[in-house]
Design a protein around this ligand. Structure first.
Ligand code: BTN
Length: 252
């Protein structure tokens, strides 16, 4: 079913929502919108991405008509140290929106993987663009299968629940959730987001994980978030490493 963008627009009459049938990446389009001075809250979305971007330069599989692929132009927090917290706030917003729209309860894997049944059903990518943050959110909604190289790691809301879900409803829940979690971060600071993320994620405390840092891999047990929202990893010798960025995977 083609995305009913007019229904979504009717729910947000004051918001700019650009919708593309096919695009390289909504990140590029939203960066262009931000550079041209669009209002915060503006959205670039697409039915299909031909060059969808994931973290660490990876590709984001963006099959036509199945997923939700959106990038939202948000204001950059005044203090640079708060910027990593926006990613955590976006994860909480995505979990809330998926729950409201589908009744599915996702786990969060620090910093920004959305998981169902321990497989990835969505991801978040943030980029700075002048006074804006470009918040890219990809949710696997109605994919019935994935390419062989992704299928051990990826799932969709449809695969996890055995039924199709409305991508429009998901976007209608997502936009106010993002507004609310970002407003909370702005008004109350980091503490509520840190607390909520720690409750919502099974990865924050006591998980055996390996962390791919690019040039090396660390092993250890997760031991909470520090005040900046970075993951604390306790090694078997009791040493603590603060993970600022890295791919976290479960291990035994
Ligand atoms: C990740 O690697 O987990 C982040 C994936 C982010 C994917 C979304 S889809 C919408 C937006 N456009 C992109 O090209 N990437 C993000």
């Amino acid at each position: 079913m083609p995305f009913d963008i007019e229904w979504v627009r009717s729910r947000f009459p004051d918001r700019r929502i650009d919708w593309h049938s096919s695009i390289g990446s909504t990140m590029t389009e939203a960066s262009r919108l931000a550079a041209s001075g669009c209002e915060f809250g503006s959205v670039a979305g697409a039915e299909e991405q031909t060059a969808g971007q994931g973290r660490y330069g990876r590709a984001w599989h963006s099959e036509a008509g199945s997923g939700l692929y959106v990038s939202i132009v948000l204001p950059k927090p005044e203090h640079p140290s708060v910027v990593p917290m926006v990613t955590l706030a976006l994860g909480l917003a995505a979990v809330e929106a998926i729950l409201k729209a589908t009744d599915l309860a996702c786990d969060l894997r620090w910093p920004n993987d959305l998981l169902l049944e321990s497989k990835k059903c969505g991801g978040i990518l943030t980029q700075l663009e002048g006074p804006a943050i470009i918040a890219g959110i990809g949710i696997n909604v109605n994919q019935s299968e994935f390419p062989p190289e992704l299928s051990p790691l990826a799932t969709s809301l449809r695969i996890a629940s055995g039924r199709q879900h409305s991508r429009e409803r998901l976007l209608v829940e997502l936009l106010p959730s993002i507004d609310n979690f970002c407003a909370l971060l702005d008004s109350e600071g980091r503490e509520p987001i840190l607390r909520m993320f720690s409750c919502a994620s099974s990865y924050v405390y006591g998980r055996r994980v390996e962390v791919d840092l690019g040039e090396s891999v660390l092993h250890g047990t997760t031991a909470g978030l520090n005040e900046s929202g970075f993951l604390i990893l306790r090694g078997d010798d009791g040493s603590e490493n603060v993970i600022v960025a890295g791919g976290v995977r479960p291990c035994s």
